[in-house]
Write a protein that binds this ligand. Structure first.
Ligand code: PLP
Length: 372
């Protein structure tokens, strides 16, 4: 018997989950362009342009700024495995699922990990981080800017100040925030900052933009042992993406086309305009949810515009609503996980998806499905 496939024909969806977001048509067109070799001078130029655009979006002058070939989690792993040597102490803020993942990765890198864990839906108290740093020297402090499992924004200024006062590296996950709210990696003195292509940048999933400060690079050069991961070793990646152009691995060429195009659209729109569009979409959603009698999980001042955690009213089956939205309206939203499973829906307004017409479409569908 021969196995055959029919031509690919995925359904059309409106992606309003916490990533991936809808890719704009220009990005999809960019991905269908002819494949170049990863060492073709024309491709090297595309790499340079991508790095330069990423610097603008990250708010950094860091030379070491590149997209890691892999999902956001590969960025997270690179941000942990490069600075950590076995026995180093790492302090990780855990206000949800992604902070917990960061702590797990740090442990697997051989770090002695201390987690700071407020209740899910809250933010970190900088005083807790100070206390932990005073107790014993730490190599790094890792926090998540927008915790996608709860929809909170973590303020970073004070934590950054405390981390640097104690001579530790400041590592920040901006997978959900980059392109949707300001990141300002240099102003915040972030030493390793990583993101993902598929959230507020609206390229497909598969790349993890990452930037490393000079202090961060110095820490990597001062390592006594080789980085435990060959694939994610930033000093090797730097030789390929930097001026040496030494082959390391075959870059996902079409994905880099997509990211470059997504960054072109981002810069054409303007960062401030893009942030405002995310905020406008979030406000419209919040107003609409209130009309439907639905509440947000997070206090207004902590809410991330791109991840909206809405409480499921008692007596409503969270999963059934989510399923009907997908089947009847072609709209994807997400549920909660961990302690929030069945208790919240997570509505993403990320990148190209963060538009008022999408908010209207979702509100109309929820109103009908819930009979409100
Ligand atoms: C989505 C997300 C990740 C993981 O990204 P993947 O591309 O799914 O690996 C990490 N951190 C945060 C905050 C995220 O939102």
């Amino acid at each position: 018997m021969t196995f055959k496939l029919s031509p690919l024909s995925p359904p059309r969806r409106l992606l309003l989950g916490p990533g991936p977001s809808d890719a704009p048509p220009e990005v999809l067109v960019a991905m269908s362009q002819p494949v170049l070799s990863h060492l073709d001078p024309a491709f090297l130029k595309i790499m340079d342009e991508t790095m330069e655009a990423l610097r603008v979006v990250f708010g950094t002058g860091n030379r070491m700024t590149l997209p890691i070939s892999g999902a956001g989690s590969a960025g997270m792993e690179a941000a942990m495995v490069n600075p950590i040597e076995p026995g180093d102490r790492a302090i990780i803020g855990v206000v949800g699922h992604f902070g917990a993942r960061m702590a797990e990765i740090a442990r697997r890198c051989g770090a002695e990990v201390e987690t700071i864990e407020p209740t899910w839906g809250q933010i970190l108290d900088p005083a807790d981080i100070r206390r932990s740093l005073q107790k014993k020297k730490a190599k790094l402090v890792g926090v998540v800017h927008v915790e996608t499992s709860t929809g909170v924004i973590q303020p970073l200024e004070e934590i950054s100040r405390i981390v640097h006062e104690h001579g530790a590296l400041f590592i920040v996950d901006t997978v959900a925030s980059l392109g949707g709210i300001a990141v300002n990696a240099d102003a915040l003195k972030i030493d390793i900052c990583y993101s993902g292509s598929q959230k507020c940048l609206s390229a497909p999933p598969g790349l993890a933009p990452l930037t490393v400060s000079e202090t961060g690079m110095a820490a990597l050069r001062a390592r006594k042992s080789a980085v435990r991961s060959w694939y994610l070793d930033l000093t090797l990646l730097d030789k390929y993406w930097g001026t040496d152009r030494v082959y390391h691995h075959t870059a996902p060429v079409s994905m880099i086309y997509a990211l470059r195009e997504a960054l072109r659209l981002t810069l054409d729109e303007g960062l401030e305009a893009r942030y405002k569009r995310h905020m406008d979409a979030h406000r419209a959603l919040a107003a609409g949810m209130q009309k439907l009698g639905l509440e947000f999980l997070v206090a207004p001042e902590l809410r991330a515009p791109m991840v909206n955690a809405v409480k499921v009213p008692s007596g409503v089956d969270a999963n059934a609503v989510k399923k009907r939205l997908l089947e009847e309206d072609g709209i994807e939203i997400a549920g909660g996980f961990g302690p929030l499973a069945g208790k919240i829906w997570r509505i993403g307004l990320m990148g190209y998806s963060a538009r008022l017409e999408n908010v209207e479409r979702l509100l109309g569908a929820m109103k009908r499905i819930m009979g409100r």
